[in-house]
Design a protein around this ligand. Structure first.
Ligand SMILES: [Zn+2]
Ligand SMILES: [Zn+2]
Length: 257
């Protein structure tokens, strides 16, 4: 069995990337995608992916919290470097009206611009959306068709999931699904087709039970895997093989051995 963590931040962990990779390998977590979020960390995640590819791929993008930093210069950087083999997707981008760290108009502008980059370059996009379902659904409908990307750390309604799936976006489940109060999310997972699912840690955030409250790391994605297998009524072996297929289909630039 092999596992893939499709959304992690290995430049933000308590441990070094080397330690994180070793710890992950002990749990058969052999591949991960480390995510760009702001102008400062884009060169960092790119260098990490260049160092550890094919175990590690990266994304380039500006998080909704940092949407005010989205500029023509950043867009130029993303477009110039996204053609590297290690850059497997655009993102994370999206809308976060829970924290509203950037004005809504700016978030929408940066989100649409990055979806356009992904469309132009034929790359998938990793989307962050929180408390912003109506606007997210409107924008996804403007960028739909084929395989478009994923809704990362999905915690939304089935309606949101359905619109995402219909528009070409897969659903990625984090350790939140293991939390006691996440019954609604567990019900959504039961409904998402097995061939449209992914799992992630979003480390160092959101450590799954039994590590809740501690710093998260890619190795812990196996706890999410165990719960998702249970919800879908499949064996771990079946889930592992299917998730690998799903990741291969969505992220063709990830080179799985
Ligand atoms: Zn996020
Ligand atoms: Zn993230």
């Amino acid at each position: 069995m092999q596992w893939i963590d499709v959304h992690t931040h290995i430049n933000m962990l308590e441990m070094t990337p080397e330690q994180a990779l070793a710890s992950a390998a002990e749990q058969q977590v052999n591949h991960m995608i480390t995510i760009g979020t702001c102008p400062d960390d884009l060169p960092v995640v790119l260098a990490l992916a260049q160092k550890f590819y094919p175990q590690v791929g990266c994304t380039l993008g500006i998080h909704p919290h940092e949407a005010e930093l989205y500029s023509a210069e950043i867009e130029k950087f993303i477009r110039a470097h996204a053609t590297a083999k290690e850059v497997v997707a655009i993102g994370e981008t999206g809308l976060d009206y829970y924290y509203n760290n950037a004005p809504k108009e700016q978030q929408i502008h940066a989100f649409r611009a990055q979806l356009q980059i992904a469309q132009d370059l034929g790359l998938p996009v990793e989307i962050h959306t929180r408390d912003a379902e109506p606007d997210t659904m409107t924008i996804l409908r403007d960028f739909q068709g084929g395989k478009r990307g994923l809704l990362h750390c999905f915690t939304g309604t089935w309606e949101m999931a359905k619109v995402g799936l219909d528009c070409g976006y897969d659903i990625s489940i984090s350790g939140v699904v293991t939390f006691k109060n996440a019954q609604a999310l567990r019900d959504v997972v039961k409904q998402v087709p097995l061939d449209r699912l992914h799992i992630e840690t979003d480390a160092p955030f959101l450590a799954p039970i039994p590590h809740r409250g501690k710093k998260n790391q890619p190795a812990f994605v196996t706890h999410t895997a165990a719960l998702v297998a249970d919800l879908k009524g499949v064996t771990l072996e079946t889930l592992s093989a299917q998730l690998r297929k799903n990741a291969q289909a969505l992220f063709p630039k990830m080179a799985f051995q």
